[in-house]
Design a protein around this ligand. Structure first.
Ligand code: 6CS
Ligand code: FE
Length: 312
């Protein structure tokens, strides 16, 4: 069989690519080249010690950002979307490979008024602006349902690796925010992070296939670190998994190594995931040389900064 016709395309590294990945034949762990915390504690809302915690660990947990009424509104909206049969057929929907249940729904800050308010919540925006040291816009938003019994895992990955290679995000100046809308227990497949791993960049092996997102969002195999790299990181940094009631929020750096196990409990573990990017870090052409992913996965048109005033 000819290797040239069946291999996915891969581009050579370019000078502008400060974090080459999926290019070299061997994996490599290198140092981060960008700051972690881009702002300062002067105007809050995070204190100097919270900023220091984020700098050191690459994540921060908060249990007090929403009122009970807000929370109930978000939970009701997740149920409504889950039970709407039309939603499952939308382009923005990702279906579990085996159970055929709804796994993720993208761009909910555009399709749902309630979740738009959540993603634009001034408390979240203020924290994102502080950590990123600039105005921010939404690069991606999604619901992850992680259903009971058959909700599948997310293998270990750095979000930035994918956003850099497949979306052309130039630098590590973006933030992931996971808002739990069910309790996070040790049983139901909670988020696991390697605290401190954001100080390293893991170059992955394997060229990006065309339309990779159709597979990767169901089960990611390209753009995940090799086993030996993960062993090294886990040994050096350990694994944390923040637990909490519905409403708890985990902010994590775009390059923090993370993943989650499957959920065989009857209870779902559902969250809303929103990615804030600095307005100074808007995407260029994807570094893998392929066409960009659809706008509902990676924003490349609307970089209007989010306001701290919710009525804007
Ligand atoms: O594709 C994305 O943008 C996100 N989803 C997955 C499964 N991996 C990378 C990134 O977190
Ligand atoms: Fe992720």
């Amino acid at each position: 069989m000819s290797a040239t016709t069946t291999q996915p395309r891969s581009t050579p590294p370019t000078a502008a690519d400060r974090y080459p990945s999926r290019i070299a034949p061997e994996p490599r762990i290198s140092d981060r080249l960008d700051p972690v915390v881009h702002g300062n504690a002067d105007a809050g809302p995070l204190s100097a010690s919270q900023l220091r915690y984020f700098e050191d660990n690459g994540y921060l947990n908060d249990h007090t950002l929403f009122s009970e009424a807000e929370l109930v509104g978000y939970q009701t909206e997740l149920q409504r979307l889950r039970s709407d049969p039309q939603v499952k057929t939308a382009a923005e929907a990702v279906i579990e490979p085996q159970s055929l249940e709804l796994r993720s729904l993208f761009a909910v800050h555009r399709s749902s008024d309630v979740l738009r308010q959540l993603c634009h919540h001034p408390r979240l925006v203020a924290i994102a602006r502080q950590l990123l040291g600039s105005e921010v816009y939404i690069h991606q938003s999604r619901i992850n349902y992680k259903n009971g019994f058959r909700g599948k895992e997310f293998f270990w990955h750095s979000d930035f690796e994918t956003w850099h290679v497949e979306d052309g995000m130039p630098a590590m100046r973006a933030l992931s925010c996971s808002i739990s809308l069910t309790p996070n227990t040790e049983h139901n497949g909670p988020l696991m992070l390697m605290p401190g791993s954001h100080h390293r960049f893991v170059s992955c092996v394997g060229a990006t296939p065309d339309n990779h997102y159709r597979e990767s969002l169901r089960r990611q195999e390209v753009g995940v670190p090799d086993d030996e790299g993960l062993r090294q990181l886990a040994h050096e940094f350990g694994i944390a998994s923040p637990k909490g009631l519905a409403g708890s929020v985990t902010f994590f750096d775009c390059n923090t190594m993370h993943g989650s196990n499957s959920n065989i409990t009857p209870m779902p573990r559902s969250n809303v995931f929103v990615v804030y990017n600095s307005v100074h870090n808007t995407p260029v052409n994807p570094f893998c040389g392929l066409a960009p992913r659809p706008n509902f996965i990676a924003e490349r048109k609307d970089f209007r900064p989010l306001s701290l005033n919710p009525t804007d």
